[in-house]
Design a binder for this molecule. Structure first.
Ligand SMILES: [Zn+2]
Ligand SMILES: [Zn+2]
Ligand SMILES: [Zn+2]
Length: 354
């Protein structure tokens, strides 16, 4: 079990591109920093202000090929005992950039396409398909604006015509590689992996609240869901509370539209359904937790949250424990955030990946 605090800083900077006809230009960058460590009794892994200050110090005026390595060297040292740098990502407004983590570095590539598909498992009966997939089983198909992130060890990883194969196609009909398959997001991620040899991970967002990820080396699939709940919380903050809790401390009692992120991982696809996991099962487990959290007072109103402040870190920990009771070993990640620039994660997988 690993606990991660993730904070973001957005800033404009110059960019010197390497190769091609590039000259000095600029982007809106997002720097995402991650720290791993135990959740302290006051409900956080690390003081919010300590991370904000370090991120402000890291902020580069100019981004180039070696920026991520320089930032990583500056980010690693100086944290409290038991707290360690878990990752650093810098991407431009188009989602291109780099990721540095303790095991090495990867380029981050982004793209996407609009396409139709039909969710229909050929090995199941029509009645079973209707029960499982409902309106997504419409024989005429339906569509999504798919967004894709590829983590790859090389800069020029994506073939220039990669998305043309998928864009404005009916994936269930037009693509020979997917014909006769259940064209779920898992199948699309695996096909893109075949087109981008050497990728470490590929994540395909079907919607804002669902992605499928494929790791070619292990063959494992991860499915991620996003849920929201509206709730109140506040912190009994002694002097220095704002440094610990950031914007949540300044507002005394208040509330948020919280986001709950849940991911499950499977070593392979189910041969019958061709899916990595029954999403209905994930949604039902989440619904049981959300029933307690929706429109709740998180301080005192939820029995299983007692014993400490309702920080995203403690929420991720306690929600993770409850979801694991239903989803077992398949549960791999639980994330909670009240603000998009500060996320807390419980990672249950061996490698602690997001
Ligand atoms: Zn650029
Ligand atoms: Zn669909
Ligand atoms: Zn708050």
């Amino acid at each position: 079990m690993m606990y991660i605090a993730r904070q973001r800083l957005s800033f404009p900077a110059l960019h010197q591109s390497t190769g091609g006809a590039g000259s000095t230009h600029g982007h809106n960058y997002t720097l995402t920093a991650e720290l791993a460590g135990p959740v302290r009794p006051d409900g956080v892994i690390v003081d919010y202000a300590a991370v904000s200050e370090r991120l402000a110090e890291l902020r580069p005026r100019e981004v180039g090929a070696n920026t991520i390595e320089a930032l990583w060297a500056a980010w690693q040292p100086g944290w409290a005992a038991g707290v360690s740098a878990h990752g650093l990502t810098i991407v431009d407004g188009g989602g291109r950039g780099g990721l540095r983590h303790p095991g090495g570095s990867l380029f981050v590539h982004s793209g996407g396409f609009s396409a139709a598909h039909r969710t229909h498992a050929p090995r199941l009966s029509d009645a079973e398909n209707r029960t499982l997939y409902g309106i997504c089983d419409n024989p005429a198909g339906h569509g999504h604006n798919y967004r894709v992130t590829v983590w790859h060890p090389t800069l020029a990883a994506l073939p220039p015509d990669l998305w043309a194969e998928f864009d404005h196609r009916n994936l269930s009909v037009d693509l020979p590689d997917l014909r006769g398959r259940n064209v779920v997001t898992e199948a699309i991620a695996e096909l893109i992996a075949r087109r981008v040899p050497g990728a470490e991970r590929l994540r395909v967002w079907e919607t804002d609240v669902f992605f499928a990820e494929y790791a070619p080396a292990s063959g494992a699939y991860t499915l991620g869901r996003r849920y929201t709940f509206s709730a109140a919380h506040g912190f009994e903050t002694p002097a220095g509370g704002a440094a610990v809790y950031g914007p949540c401390a300044a507002a005394a009692r208040h509330g948020h539209d919280f986001t709950l992120a849940v991911a499950v991982t499977a070593p392979a696809l189910d041969p019958l359904t061709e899916t990595a996991c029954d999403l209905g099962r994930v949604d039902r487990a989440a619904a049981h937790v959300l029933a307690d959290l929706q429109e709740a007072d998180l301080d005192g109103g939820v029995r299983w949250l007692s014993g400490g402040p309702a920080t995203p870190e403690r929420l991720a920990k306690r929600i993770g424990e409850r979801l694991a009771a239903e989803l077992g070993e398949a549960l791999s990640q639980v994330g909670v955030w009240a603000w998009p620039d500060h996320e807390a994660w419980q990672l249950r997988g061996e490698d602690g990946q997001r």
